[in-house]
Design a protein around this ligand. Structure first.
Ligand code: CU
Length: 144
């Protein structure tokens, strides 16, 4: 009986901790550029690490796409290229902006074509604990 009570108290304090915990990363301005007729789309956001430790986004997934990966854009010999970035590491206090022409999350094999105004969840795996879910808004092709 005593162990049951102890376990119950442990659960209570654990859920209290979880509720009081702030997300490890702060995400703002999450959006996806809609490309009509395309099965791929790029997602962008700003991410800030307010905590005292380095936090890494290990991977990204989305229910809107069968594939998702972090990409870098570069101009090599006058041609735009993309390559996988691996994880995104943020030092304490650091802010990173994923934006057109730079890093982005490549959504591949979209479940259905995206249209402007739609909301797309992005699920960020921070390595352990609950993944961070971000809602990105779809903007039209000509969004800056
Ligand atoms: Cu890409």
């Amino acid at each position: 009986m005593r162990s049951v009570v102890a376990a119950y108290l442990l659960v209570l304090s654990w859920s209290g901790l979880a509720q009081g915990a702030t997300p490890a990363l702060e995400i703002s301005n999450a959006w996806v550029r809609a490309v009509p007729g395309s099965t791929v789309a790029a997602a962008y956001f700003s991410v800030h690490n307010p905590g005292p430790r380095t936090v890494a986004i290990l991977s990204v997934s989305s229910p809107a796409a069968r594939g998702a990966m972090i990409h870098d854009s570069n101009i090599v010999n006058g041609r735009a290229t993309m390559r996988p970035h691996g994880q995104l590491s943020l030092a304490p206090g650091q802010t990173l902006t994923l934006a057109p022409g730079g890093s982005h999350v490549m959504l591949t094999d979209l479940v259905h074509p995206l249209s402007a105004g739609e909301h797309v969840p992005l699920i960020l795996d921070l390595g352990g604990g609950t993944p961070l879910t971000v809602t990105a808004t779809v903007r039209p092709l000509d969004a800056p």
